[in-house]
Ligand binder design. Structure first.
Ligand code: NDP
Length: 255
């Protein structure tokens, strides 16, 4: 048995939506465990700034800007990695958006945009990564779900459906790709302090609801996801496949 249960040295991780927020914190955690990073975002300028800041800290990081809803761009991105001899050992499907509107007012184009960004992207990027991981007989995929992988909330129907889909996509990946040496697991974050929740944090009623409803009595800090991502990417989780781990200050466990 390896004594370096959480050692990721020699590994390379692609984290989608890692120019900021939870993706960036996960990337920093993976780097601290020894992994090289390939960061992604849709805004190339923000991505360049993030990559430069990480490199300034001595972290091995590359930027790969592409829109996770654009299949041609995804295929090009993986071909660009192939051409440079960069193999992805760890994939974190993290990029996501939220869009709040009651279903009775929701337009189909917005439904599709949320499903495409939060769910179909994970299938398309997972497939490209897994084809290559299968050739090497090794791969770790971590999909970012949510409390809404399990529970519905008003005004975020397509997000809820996408995140419920992430839970089952993770199980489907485990079912099909386990024999290829790939483990696919998911993380379900609770309410975390990122740009995505800025309006909610600044809404006293919502802020009060989160604190009352969460046993930890506070919002989660982005860096509090990193350890779970390191665990799932590491040899310590080699026999863990198809699971979703909630990192939510206990919110899912109480009524
Ligand atoms: P942020 O809004 O802070 O960051 C989103 C990230 O995703 C950015 O890096 C952004 O890139 C990138 N992104 C968005 N759309 C695309 C796209 N089409 N193509 C490529 N990159 C894209 O979000 P969070 O960090 O809060 O959320 C990260 C993940 O965690 C999401 O899947 C979210 O659903 C999930 N989550 C978040 C929770 C929370 O409380 N914050 C709770 C549960 C789940 P750019 O900077 O270029 O715009």
């Amino acid at each position: 048995m390896s004594l370096n249960l959480f050692d990721l040295s020699g590994r390379t991780a692609l984290i989608t939506g890692s120019s900021r927020g939870l993706g960036l914190s996960i990337a920093q955690g993976l780097a601290a465990a020894g992994s090289k990073l390939v960061l992604n975002g849709v805004d190339p300028h923000r991505l360049d700034e993030t990559v430069a800041a990480l490199r300034a800290q001595g972290i091995s990081a590359e930027g790969l800007a592409f829109d996770v809803t654009d299949e041609a761009a995804i295929i090009n991105a993986f071909q660009a990695l192939d051409a440079r001899g960069i193999a992805i050992d760890i994939l974190v499907n993290n990029a996501g958006i939220q869009f709040r509107k009651p279903m009775l007012e929701l337009e189909t184009k917005d439904w599709r945009r949320v499903i495409d960004t939060n769910l179909t992207s994970a299938f398309m990027i997972g497939r490209e990564a897994a084809r290559r991981m299968a050739e090497r007989g090794f791969g770790k995929i971590i999909n970012i779900g949510s409390l809404t992988s399990e529970l519905a909330r008003a005004t975020v129907a397509p997000y809820t459906v996408a995140k419920g889909g992430i839970k089952m996509l993770t199980k489907a990946m485990a079912a099909e790709w386990g024999e290829l040496g790939i483990q696919a697991n998911a993380i379900g974050p609770g309410y975390m302090l990122t740009d995505m929740n800025e309006a909610l944090v600044n809404n006293p009623q919502f802020d009060g609801w989160v604190k009352a409803r969460t046993p930890a009595r506070r919002w989660g800090k982005p860096e509090e996801l990193a350890g779970t991502a390191v665990y799932l990417a590491s040899p310590a989780a080699d026999y863990v496949n198809g699971q979703i781990i909630y990192v939510d200050g206990g919110m899912m466990s109480v009524l």
